[in-house]
Design a binder for this molecule. Sequence first.
Ligand SMILES: Cc1ncc(COP(=O)(O)O)c(C=O)c1O
Length: 410
Amino acid sequence: MGRHNFDEIIERRGTDSIKWQYLKSEVLPMWVADSDFKCPAELLESLEKRLRHGIFGYALLDDMLEEAVAHWMQSRFGWRFGDGCVAQSPGVCTAFSLALESLTSSGDGIAAFTPSYPPLINLPARQGRVALHCPLVRQPEGYAVNFADLEAKLALDRCSLLVLCNPHNPTGKVFSREELLRMGELCLRHNVLIFSDEIHCDYVHKGRHCPIASLSPEIASITLTAVNPSKTFNIAGLYAAAVISPNRDILARFRQSHARYSLHTNVMGALALHTAYRQCAWYADEVAAYTRENLAYAVDFINRNVPAIKTVMPEGTYLLWADCSGLGLDQSGMVGFFLEKARVAPSPGWDFGPGGQTFVRLNLACPRSLAQTGLERIAAAAQTLRTQQTAVRQAQDSAEAGPDQPNGSD
Ligand SMILES: Cc1ncc(COP(=O)(O)O)c(C=O)c1O
């Protein structure tokens, strides 16, 4: 038993939670990637103390953010970088938009592995850039990189940026050191910068996370890494994230775009980030361990009880990427199956681009009893569906065989 009670069920309806508010009350949300866990006690105490001060004027946050981010990266992942390598961003998606604006040009190609967290393949088009899809290759135990295809995309004249998401949302793949090194070398060879979204870095279920920029000074010099404690500490609504690059030119260009829109980090968000990264490592360990057990439970449950859905244990994240092609349903059938029959709302796989059409993504960052409820509902709905499909097939077979032949001689 750890320090934090992750089994506690906390009512989130009525708190403006996007995950809970959108759905009918009988539907269990397993979509948007925030957790249903309370923040660590230290984090709440520091926010309460700041709240009681009673004044929330303009704040100077650069140093505290940089100090906390540098501490986390070094103590958790062994990544050390010099002073002045951190810049603020309200979030990772905002950071990606700013990186697109400041580091690439109109018409440029932006390479990304698919299936992909939707904004990473959708935001480029909003700025007149072109997403270049690099399909991950599905294998029995996970996904692999097709390096020949990746190099072909990076070698295109118009390709100027690779978007990496590691650990990867939605597949849960954790790219190995060797894979990251090869990607970095290809980007160096073809003059392509890297935007590395490492927001799920605290959820790695085997070994530990490797920031791509930590691999060599050369790879660091072409990389902008984005992090946000939001996934780990459940503070996405506080909007305080950071980007890191030892390349002064990359960081200066990023900061110019940030300043163009007069963006700022909220003082409570900055304090939450600082408290999380300085005082709550224990919570990061516990939440990763708890969600790992949820994932293992879910994989085992589905393998034993829902033969029409195929899934494997992800290497990272708290997300389960599940192939539902065995249900034999089209998109609207899948929506009806999950929302109406199972009364569970996963993220639809087709939102994640090529390779996601028959999938759903289940968010397992919730108390185990909720995960159990959701999975049992899915299993019951799949069982009913199978019974109905069998009945329809039998009716079709007997209709094709024609009316029963009289077999008597009289
Ligand atoms: C891979 C990935 N990147 C970015 C985000 C969003 O980050 P932010 O809220 O900091 O924009 C998410 C949230 O689900 C995510 O999964």
